[in-house]
Design a protein around this ligand. Structure first.
Ligand code: PMP
Length: 386
């Protein structure tokens, strides 16, 4: 049947088109609902019915915890998109990429070392790296903040693990590792390395790459992530982590992911990315236009780049706006936005100054429309005070 529509809290009236004056635009979370209309368009082909007797076992028929068919589809999708080299790589599934981030830290840390690995990332970085590393406190690893501070020490005998997020959350830039050296290990988090959010200049070819279904098909609730791993010993250590933790990713999750990826690969395998890119690009352009005259507020610049997937130079379409309040008196930017009816996420959570706020652009269309409405209102006030 057709989905039941509810008005976002910012809209009212019979067709949800009237703007509620006391609306608060929630641009906080990274819930990727921008893809919901794609799945409504493909409702029949993406639907599934699972009989009660199906897939009851802990394992698949070959005793594996991983669906061979799903693994093949993931490899095929990477080849179609050209965003990652999968030849010569092992695959580990996790309950979302969240689980694999810590599996990777665990697996890359020395055992029984008197010197725990120093886990770092360069500012601004995704908060969870720090929260999770601190939470799962271990004698083998310790979060040590900004990677750049360790640049001169990375060729020493200290063990480093650097998280590199490319494109980056929060600012959408294609990032490179800051540290290099014989004792530096790198976790490449490619959650957003899909044509929805960025040009694909070349296939990623790193030793450890982490991807997630969440930002690819938008099914964050399905909780599926995968790691592409070159080294067999590292693959074994990460597999052990997932086994000890959850004894393998839910078979229902794997079935659903397979169904979704089949739809994503249908035809030329381009449709979902054309949909995603068009939606995100339009949002970015509308936000950029709204702020183009503003002296008080700005968003990050992302250079147009050649995309090997679309075979053309393409403009930005990031998942988040890295929003800045330019004036000294607005340096508590989160509060400035909150008073204007916009909930973002404070820049200091990413290790940045409080003059920055992350605004989520990948939620539902209603969420984005509400955000844009409030931004327009804020910028109009600025005109009045010029
Ligand atoms: N890495 C990055 C950079 C993210 O932004 C997110 C989700 N916001 C994740 C990993 C985790 O996503 P999931 O657990 O849904 O795969």
């Amino acid at each position: 049947g057709s989905p039941v529509c509810e008005c976002n809290s910012c809209f009212g009236g019979p067709d949800c088109s009237q703007f509620a004056p006391d609306c608060v635009a929630d641009a906080d979370s990274g819930d990727p609902l921008f893809l919901e209309p794609f799945w409504i368009q493909n409702a029949a082909s993406s639907a599934m019915l699972v009989a009660g007797w199906h897939r009851m076992s802990y394992t698949f028929t070959n005793q594996s915890l991983i669906s061979r068919l799903l693994e093949d589809h993931i490899r095929k999708l990477h080849t179609t998109v050209g965003n990652a080299v999968t030849q010569g790589r092992f695959i580990v599934f996790g309950a979302g990429s969240t689980q694999l981030l810590n599996a990777a830290v665990h697996a890359l840390s020395p055992d029984n070392s008197s010197a725990p690995a120093k886990v770092v990332a360069s500012f601004p970085f995704y908060t969870v790296y720090q929260l999770q590393t601190d939470f799962f406190r271990s004698v083998n690893f310790q979060f040590q903040g900004d990677a750049s501070l360790w640049k001169n020490k990375s060729d020493s005998t200290l063990n480093f693990i650097e998280f590199v997020t490319s494109p980056n959350n929060p600012d959408g830039q294609l990032k490179k590792a800051v540290l290099q050296g014989p004792h530096v290990k790198t976790i490449h988090d490619h959650a957003y390395y899909w044509p929805h959010f960025t040009a694909i200049p070349a296939p990623a070819d790193e030793d450890l790459m982490i991807f997630t279904l969440s930002k690819l098909t938008g099914h964050a609730g399905t909780r599926l992530g995968w790691a592409l791993i070159k080294d067999e010993a590292l693959y074994q250590r990460m597999s052990t982590y997932v086994k000890m933790n959850i004894l393998g990713v839910s078979k229902d999750t794997q079935l659903r992911a397979l169904k979704l990826l089949k739809v994503a690969l249908e035809g030329s395998g381009k449709e979902i990315f054309e949909f995603g890119y068009t939606a995100m690009k339009e949002r970015w352009e509308r936000l950029s236009n709204a702020l183009s005259e503003s002296k008080r507020f700005s968003i990050q610049e992302i250079a147009p780049q050649y995309c090997t997937f679309f075979k053309t130079v393409r403009g930005p379409s990031p998942a988040y706006a890295w929003f800045k309040c330019e004036r000294e008196e607005d340096k508590e930017c989160y509060t400035v936005l909150k008073e204007a009816g916009i909930i973002g996420r404070e820049g200091n959570l990413y290790g940045a100054e409080t003059s920055y706020v992350r605004l989520s652009l990948l939620k539902s269309q209603d969420d984005f429309d509400a955000l844009l409405h409030q931004i327009n209102k804020l910028v109009a006030q600025e005109d009045g005070t010029k």
